[in-house]
Design a protein around this ligand. Structure first.
Ligand SMILES: Nc1ncnc2c1ncn2[C@@H]1O[C@H](COP(=O)(O)OP(=O)(O)OP(=O)(O)O)[C@@H](O)[C@H]1O
Ligand SMILES: [Mg+2]
Length: 235
């Protein structure tokens, strides 16, 4: 399916179902999900704990393949494109539990991701760009050059955010990205997501429990009992 402009959506889920095999029984977490995501739009997905939000993100971000159905990027099935290639070149994820490289400093976490994604170093080099991004979300040079295990939860969350922002990809996924942040910092992060969508034409998809965050997105989707339903966003 194509959008009004004739181009395929940046991300499309078609007939996506996902089942986990437990020791005694199988649990179907996602049931026959069909949805298209466009560039230039900031989406939030709301849903109670255990409703499958993280599972949905891991399928949409190419970390895992669905039990049934297809996920496509710019009209190309991820299994054809290659999940690794998609993850490295086109998608960045801010994980619920950050997934930082624990033996590195904050700035090294960011520059390593830039290297993997193939981000051009720019005039000042990758390290300067990484420090600038970290500074912008409130981590000064002293904090940025400390091992990430010696940072607070909220500081680690900000490293995870800076790492994803540094990658300059088409789709940014975030799993409860402001859960550990104070209100002012959280507001700044949400402003950044809006800018990425509206000024840089990225597709931003955030899963969250926060109604306040959802109220600032363009489209709010709800995940309940394995089904994804769309509501018109507040924009
Ligand atoms: N690897 C796995 N193996 C088996 N079951 C799993 C696995 N990962 C998740 N589940 C189950 O799938 C369901 C959905 O989990 P998921 O992590 O996607 O929920 P969530 O909406 O992100 O929850 P939360 O808001 O608490 O982060 C839960 O019942 C969970 O126990
Ligand atoms: Mg989750």
């Amino acid at each position: 399916m194509t959008s009004a402009t004739g181009t395929p959506p940046v991300l499309r889920l078609e007939g996506v179902s996902h089942t986990y095999a437990g020791q005694r029984r199988r649990t179907t977490v996602l049931k026959d999900i069909d949805h298209s995501f466009e560039r230039g739009t900031f989406y939030t997905v709301l849903g109670p704990s255990g409703s499958g939000k993280t599972t949905l993100l891991s399928l949409a971000s190419g970390l895992d393949a669905p039990t049934r159905g297809t996920v496509s990027f710019d009209g190309q099935d991820l299994t054809t494109l290659g999940l690794g290639r998609y993850r490295n070149r086109h998608a960045a994820t801010i994980f619920q539990h950050y997934n930082l490289l624990t033996y590195m400093t904050a700035v090294q976490n960011v520059t390593t991701a830039m290297e993997i994604t193939g981000v051009k170093p720019g005039p000042g080099g990758r390290r300067a760009r990484a420090l600038e991004l970290l500074e912008r979300i409130g981590l000064d040079k002293d904090t940025a050059t400390r091992n990430v295990m010696r940072l607070s939860g909220g500081q680690q969350q900000r490293v995870a955010i800076a790492r994803a922002l540094a990658c300059d990809v088409d789709i940014l996924f975030a799993d409860e990205p402001t859960g550990n942040l104070d209100e002012d910092t959280a507001r700044g992060i949400i402003d950044t997501f809006r800018e990425l969508a509206h000024e840089q034409d990225k597709c931003v998809i955030v899963v969250t429990h926060s109604q306040r965050l959802a109220a600032r997105s363009d489209r709010v989707l709800t995940l309940r009992r394995g089904r994804l339903t769309a509501g018109k966003g507040p924009r």
